[in-house]
Design a protein around this ligand. Structure first.
Ligand code: CA
Length: 482
């Protein structure tokens, strides 16, 4: 016991030293949050599990000079809820955003009382921007400019076609024929609420706008926060001829296009780094890179050695590639092995920016800034939850320290894995550690008491099933019958 006390003391001392020495609280670094879409765990060159087909030399260089997070999670295994969590610092289940918003024609969006990180940083004196995919509501009160972003360039829906010369004529034709409900993947992009006529491949357009934003930020005397949400490599699978040439050796067509799309993002990273350096912003910019959920296996994504992919409560659904680069405060060459989750970013940014949150604002994550130059857990004994509603049941998982408890509609029973050694979730330890499993399931059962009903469903069929099955019916989910 005495030894344990000493170890805790030692850990706290290291954390304190790191906080004091490397990261000045409230020094207001620039923050660049780069999010890719449906980008697989193995689909970055900096991953120790990197798949051979993928080339991300610029991201790899940043990762090598910063921290690679091997055990980073997002709050949900698909787009909308994952992004809502990133912006609000809440589990989507606490704010009714467990489903994607309906694709078209709704006035729904994330509760305006949940203050976004952008608004919080704006209040702390930041120049703020969002670029790319929004997916958090179309109506004026949910627009990025209304949620704390000074600047917005992108598209408000859940995705977009990539080639203007292809989607624009289709859009114009539909418009000419009086079609009012045009697919959001075809609509013009916008800049601060005004339609723009884009001419570049969308990934390149978003990188270009990031460069423009850094140049604007330079002319303010403020630190900046940029949320750069690439839709790549989300479907539709569309890559430039030039990028495709580089991957002509890949036989599988989808994988070939997907790899080229990831490469296009990486070309953008080169432009971003170049601009930050030229503007003298690079040293004090914290670059956080991650994906919004796991790679979609049927569309070219690879999450190996993780099990399954986008949408799953197994690791492949919600454990994502992630890295942080920040020359001024983060030591190069690090690997962080402990679990963290995307909802930890909000309190971390608040802490680093010396920002204030409204008194009644609840945050579900932890500030990991004191741990960033260590390999000490920022959330010892604290669970990371994932819950996906699926038909008349739920796929659920709890990650706590090295263990993960998981129950899906397919297995219909709780299993336990040590995901530090068994990333593929193959060896069920539930019989070996029944008490631990019970404790973790109880953790999640308690967490579920404060979940709220979904505020929307992305399609009527989903809502019909939810009501017909008298959901949520957590009783079944949190019963241990092993
Ligand atoms: Ca996604």
């Amino acid at each position: 016991m005495r030894k344990r006390h000493f170890m805790v003391f030692q850990a706290l001392l290291i954390v304190w030293l790191n906080t004091a020495a490397a990261i000045e609280a409230g020094s207001k670094p620039n923050i660049l949050l780069i999010l890719t879409d449906d980008h697989g765990y193995a689909d970055v060159g900096f991953s120790k599990y990197a798949s051979e087909d993928i080339q991300t030399p610029n991201l790899d260089k940043l990762a090598k000079n910063g921290v690679i997070f091997e055990s980073a999670y997002v709050a949900h295994p698909f787009c909308g809820p994952s992004r809502a969590a990133l912006m609000t610092g809440r589990y989507p289940h606490k704010i009714g955003s467990q489903f994607n918003l309906p694709a078209e024609g709704s006035d729904l969006g994330i509760d305006v009382n949940e203050q976004y990180i952008s608004k919080t940083l704006q209040g702390a004196g930041y120049f703020t921007g969002a670029i790319g995919k929004w997916h958090l509501g179309h109506a004026p009160e949910f627009h990025p400019n209304a949620r704390g972003f000074d600047e917005y360039y992108g598209f408000l829906g859940g995705g977009h076609r990539y080639f203007p010369e292809q989607y624009q004529p289709i859009y114009e034709n539909l418009k000419k024929n009086g079609v009012q409900n045009i697919n959001e993947y075809l609509k013009p992009l916008e800049y601060n609420g005004k339609e723009v006529r884009e001419t570049e491949y969308i990934t390149d357009a978003l990188s270009r706008e990031a460069v423009n934003f850094f140049n604007k930020a330079k002319d303010t005397d403020k630190p900046f926060f940029l949320y750069l949400a690439y839709n790549a490599p989300h479907s539709p699978l569309e890559a430039t001829k030039e990028d495709l040439k580089r991957f002509s050796h890949i036989k599988d067509k989808k994988r070939r296009i997907y790899s080229a799309m990831v490469y296009a993002v990486d070309r953008g990273i080169a432009r971003i780094v170049e601009t930050l350096k030229a503007n003298d912003q690079f040293e004090d910019t914290m670059i956080v890179f991650l994906s919004d959920n796991g790679g979609k296996l049927s569309l070219g994504g690879v999450n190996k050695p993780l099990k399954e992919g986008k949408g799953s409560a197994h690791e492949g659904g919600h454990r994502v590639p992630m890295m942080v680069h920040w020359p001024k405060a983060v030591k190069p060459g690090q690997t962080y092995t402990h679990p963290i989750t995307a909802i930890d970013l909000y309190p971390t940014f608040v802490s680093l920016a010396g920002a204030k949150i409204p008194e009644d604002k609840i945050l579900d994550g932890v500030d990991f800034s004191p741990f960033i130059n260590t390999d000490i857990s920022a959330r010892p004994g604290k669970s990371v939850f994932v819950m996906r509603h699926r038909g008349g049941a739920h796929d659920v998982s709890v990650r706590r320290d090295q263990f993960k408890a998981v129950r899906t509609v397919k297995t219909k029973k709780w299993q336990l894995f040590d995901v530090t050694t068994d990333l593929g979730e193959k060896e069920d330890l539930s019989k070996k550690y029944p008490q631990l499993l019970e404790d973790m399931v109880n953790d999640m059962a308690y967490w579920s008491w404060t979940n709220v009903q979904p505020q929307w469903f992305h399609i009527h069929k989903e809502g019909d099933a939810w009501r017909k099955d008298a959901m949520p019916r957590f009783g079944e989910t949190f019963t241990l019958e092993n």
